[in-house]
Design a protein around this ligand. Structure first.
Ligand code: ZN
Length: 124
């Protein structure tokens, strides 16, 4: 190896390190933004769902366990981390669930009432 080869190698290494660092920063910046959303809760009862109180979500999945009703911009199958509720899959829609609104599902009306209305920072 002569000096020229070593120099070329070092420059190449520097470019790789710089590129990797840039990629890492760009990636972490892209995953951190949050959006403030109004999060309400519901259960499968008539009070919450009216004529839709059949225990079946808009996606066709059974209304049970943890799930989220989200605006149509968020596709079914998207996982969202709702602080205080946890990770859950978007499986439902709602007439009033539009822009920056989410509805988290509880199996009992009491739990839905206790949740109330929260304004939360949701990770994108
Ligand atoms: Zn209810």
């Amino acid at each position: 190896m002569n000096i020229r080869t070593i120099f070329t190698f070092l420059v190449g290494l520097a470019i790789i390190v710089a590129a990797a660092t840039w990629c890492y920063c760009a990636h972490s910046a892209a995953t951190s933004p949050t959006i403030r959303m109004k999060v309400t809760a519901y259960c499968p009862c008539k009070k919450c769902c009216g004529k839709w109180a059949d225990g079946i979500t808009a996606s066709g999945a059974k209304a049970q366990g943890k799930l989220i009703a989200a605006p149509k911009e968020i596709p079914f199958g998207t996982w969202i981390n709702v602080p205080g509720y946890g990770w859950a899959e978007v499986k439902d829609r709602g007439g009033s669930i539009k822009r920056n609104r989410l509805d988290v599902f509880f199996e009992s009306h009491q739990e839905a009432l206790e949740w109330g209305v929260k304004y939360l920072e949701i990770e994108q």
